[in-house]
Design a protein around this ligand. Sequence first.
Ligand code: COS
Length: 383
Amino acid sequence: MSDKSYLDWPFFEDAHRTLERELEVWASKHITPHGTDTDAACRTLVRDLGRAGWLKYCVPAAYGGALEQIDLRSLCILRETLGRHDGLADFSFAMQGLGSGAISIAGNEAQKRRYLPRVAAGEAIAAFALSEPDSGSDVAAMATSARLEGDEYVLEGEKTWISNGGIADFYCVFARTGEAPGARGISAFVVDADTPGLEIAKRIDVIAPHPLATLAFRNCRVPAAQRLGDPAGGFKVAMQTLDIFRASVAAAAIGFARRALDEAMARAKSRKMFGQVLADFQLTQAAIADMATGIDSSALLTYRAAWLRDVKRAKTTRETAMAKMVATETSQQVIDRAVQIFGGLGVVSGQPVEKLYREIRSLRIYEGATEVQKLIIARETLK
Ligand code: COS
């Protein structure tokens, strides 16, 4: 049984404890091993998460959501719990939120009504299309353009590392509209997957399989009504979306780390060696102590950021960046130690710690690499 003592911290309300309890029961029963068809597994997961009502936490109540406003502590509890059970379930949940976040933040009434209820019900798969081959960390350097022609924007360019690329029903796309250079000349759009001129240029295979693709926009005509928010407001919408979801990446990393610690403790208590069990050795105990402390430090930073946003309505750019950096880096170390405690078995394909070892790696890179989080923390601290 995983450590749930964090739920007694003052950051949480009874509704959060109930959410965790009910999700735990659901996940134990409904999350089952997936086959090798990752696209099919993700489609099924989105449908099941939608039917069970969990995706309602990704959108506001007026558009089919669970709560009046998106509650970051709930998102974090959902991702931590799903992440502890299954990386792909966490991924499928998270992308519904990240992929529709720009609509919740900047969409008009018609856009919200058209997309958000289907996201919450698991009937439409969402994706966030920001990165490009030559613009990952440096978002303001993006080259994809959107030229206004009459009442249409014409999109040209490439987006890459797009999660859900290939299975999404719509993409929130950021493109240069040219009002000013750099960050001040970018707008956001919602582009339906079947829009002529939008193609899946390449599917990308990664060490922890999930749908990932490069998108090509060639003479892709999007009605001007599909622009999200003000012209040139796209960079801020992207950053505001990331300010929310980066904290949830930290929560997913904590869920992975908790699972690794649980697996490592079970192994350490049962594996006999030199006439005792592994857990009797002080070197194992030191590892367990570091793992448990790392998890609690990460959780404190993460739920502080979520609480500040939810309760104090604070801008949490700095706190979110700290949480994302510490939780993902720590989780990598915790999982690596769990593999070590497992010995040879730890690197056997299909073992839970082996899967976690592959799954954690990308979290230190996507939604702002650790180096970008350092940049953000330093800038905000120096202000
Ligand atoms: N919320 C609201 N507005 C923000 C913001 C935030 N978190 N961060 C920046 N802005 C605003 C700034 O206030 C500034 O506005 P003005 O022009 O009105 O002054 C504007 O956006 C530009 O900001 P800044 O000059 O800081 O932008 P930079 O180009 O220097 O980029 C970083 C900043 C590096 C922080 C940004 O590019 C980033 O987060 N990169 C990582 C992106 C990422 O996560 N990629 C992964 C894609 S998702 S898998």
